[in-house]
Design a protein around this ligand. Structure first.
Ligand SMILES: O=C(O)c1cccc(C(=O)CC[C@H]2O[C@@H](n3cnc4c(=O)[nH]cnc43)[C@H](O)[C@@H]2O)c1
Length: 248
């Protein structure tokens, strides 16, 4: 039985979604999309913001820090304290051209730890190819389809990297290794690892602030990507998404 916490209405078990972003401005954009009304809930080592969507779904938004390790630690902390039906890694990202231009929304079909492995004389080998660890996490197909349709999003693998790509050569190498790749960001696989340990399905939703390739800070469009993030979290079909993951 799902444990009930004191802030749930008695007799009405509420579906819960955990959204893990990296930084405050991303959390604010998600919360604006949810209607702007949220209350802080202290966690050991941080605070999350709890909003209730019009559908009754409770959405907890947590700014867990930049990178897969920070994201995994933050997500695991929240998952230890409360039950969730779905965990979403969200935020801004780099988009691979031409699939995901600046301003596009991307829903991950796969969440891939793209630099978790070893360089060998034959090239990069992932830890999975080396015989240990997981580099690919698969969000539920129905969640990807529902979210992508509602958001008019691009779908494809979203890579998690610990170092932001800054050259055409590295972008080309990633695209060659992951031919359908849509975007790269820095937290998805950390959130997915934590979710997997708690047996909770995971998804990743990103909005594109910059093109993956040669470093060009002047070309970042963070405001545009945060606007798209807000619109995405206003448009998600929360109730249907959570019905999909609790079905059966
Ligand atoms: O200094 C740079 O050249 C640079 C280029 C792009 C992004 C950064 C960041 O520090 C942002 C990291 C933050 O945002 C997500 N993000 C956004 N764009 C990308 C990207 O192209 N590659 C990887 N991560 C990106 C990421 O999830 C972090 O939370 C710096």
């Amino acid at each position: 039985m799902t444990p009930q916490t004191s802030d749930e209405r008695p007799g009405l078990p509420q579906a819960r979604l955990l959204v893990v972003v990296a930084v405050g401005p991303e959390a604010e954009a998600v919360l604006r999309g949810l209607g702007g009304d949220a209350r802080p809930v202290p966690l050991p080592g941080g605070v999350l913001h709890r909003a209730e969507h019009a559908s009754g779904v409770v959405v907890d938004v947590l700014a867990g820090g930049v990178g897969p390790a920070a994201a995994a630690a933050a997500a695991a902390g929240a998952l230890t304290l409360r039950p969730y039906e779905l965990v979403v890694s969200a935020g801004i990202a780099g988009g691979f051209a031409p699939r995901a231009p600046i301003g596009a929304t991307v829903v991950a079909e796969e969440i891939v730890a793209a630099d978790l492995g070893a360089e060998t004389p034959e090239g990069f080998r992932s830890v999975t190819e080396l015989g240990f660890g997981t580099v690919r996490h698969l969000p539920p197909v129905a969640v990807v389809r529902l979210a992508a349709e509602a958001l008019g999003a691009v779908t494809g693998p979203v890579l998690t990297v610990s170092t932001v790509t800054g050259s055409a050569e590295r972008a080309a190498a990633l695209a060659e290794r992951h031919p359908e790749v849509a975007a790269e960001a820095m937290e998805g696989s950390g959130v997915a690892e934590a979710a997997a340990r708690f047996g909770v399905p995971v998804a990743e939703i990103r909005t594109v602030s910059n093109a993956v390739g040669p470093r060009d800070r002047a070309a970042w469009r963070i405001g545009e990507a945060l606007g798209a993030l807000e619109r995405a979290f206003a448009a998600l079909p929360y109730e249907r998404l959570l019905k999909e993951v609790t079905r059966g």
